[in-house]
Design a protein. Sequence first.
Length: 80
Amino acid sequence: LGFHQTDVMHQSVFELIHTEDQQEFKRNLHWALNPPLSLEPPTDPAAEESASSCLVSYNPDQLPPENSSFLERAFVCRFR
């Protein structure tokens, strides 16, 4: 892809994904394929720092079992 390893270390993967594919990427990585709207990336650059440190927790009763098909994903996205 042309990135040097040190250029991408400690970087959010969302900074590498094409902006038009970020929502689809997030949807595909979410365990239920339906992320809540509150996890939308901030549009304000000043708010990005606080959003990257927010934690998301789920009710363990709602999580799929470890051997479920939710753990295997295949999708295509563009990089910048």
